[in-house]
Design a protein around this ligand. Sequence first.
Ligand code: MEV
Length: 387
Amino acid sequence: MEVRARAPGKIILSGEHAVVHGATAVAASINLHTTVSLLFSSDNDNMLQLNLKDMALEFSWPIGRIKDTLPDFDAPSPSTPKCCSIESLRAIASLVNELNIPEAKIALASGVSAFLWLYTAIQGYKPATVTVTSELPLGSGLGSSAAFCVSLSGALLALTASAGLDYSNQGWATYEETGLDLVNKWALEGEKIIHGKPSGIDNTVSTYGNMIKFRSGELSRVKSNLPLRMLITNTRVGRNTKALVAGVSERKLRHPDAMASVFDAVDSISKELSAIIQTPANDDISVTEREEKLEELMEMNQGLLQCMGVSHASIETVLRTTLKYKLSSKLTGAGGGGCVLTLLPTLLSGIVVDKVIAELESCGFQCFIAGIGGNGVEVCFSGAPSS
Ligand code: MEV
């Protein structure tokens, strides 16, 4: 039987980086997904295979080699998420180093390490083929690594006794709350391997979907009463989340008081932003007023992200371009390139939207309007159950 799980990417409306230091952030899922297919092998080839379809890369390991390297998983415990120790990480690195990943794609190495950890810790030594496809641009701030860890954990847990799945909808099944919590905890362990010290916001929004407010590992759901339309511009400038997060922490060490005030200001922005989104709308004027407030908050958040040192020349170009059309933007995710969000107010004409997009694309950027706030991780099964 094939198990497929898909998990959405995300945008952060406010609070990235500051959330790592205890401030509130607000994030939403987007309708671009990463899908993981899991097929246990029945042909006794005793291999674990990972296919990264979009990159045309295939990696495989003899199960015996994995067992020698990570010897503790004869009886894995899927219901108890486990942190990858330094020793296990070193052992996994030796398996990944043998793959000779092309230099241009070396950033994938940490994702392959996360795969080996999650697979072995949840499923043990079962031979299988795992295939990954994604609609999310990699390393661009849209939560591609979290969507990978969530969809992988979702697929790996779906056939275990600890999975709480709700089949009430045709097609894709959703996890019940306890199942979601478990997927989210495992995905965070994968994210730690990729990003060092993530706040957990990316995997949380990818797991639960919709819109969330997140602070110190605690999530609360934001019930949006304001349908938001966002233009997402991918600057195509790749960057490293781990390094950017570390850079902000170093700045905090150098200027603890100033940075504490910056994080406090972001916290207030996120709280105000989520309150605005949740206020019931009465008429068009109030929608417009609320959109204007959001625009101002986004601009303020962007200014504070500049204070944290995570903006980039390409981001500034997007900001300048959208400002020409009186539109407000902020970076989303880790910054240093990646993606920029621009709020498209309800009454904005389609002609203006087309013009902004044309101008941004003429700078070499990629633009899209993504649907916001859909489901989190979902699972589906096909084929006959394996014996
Ligand atoms: C990355 O999408 C968001 C950051 O705040 C890192 C994190 O929260 O782990 C930059």
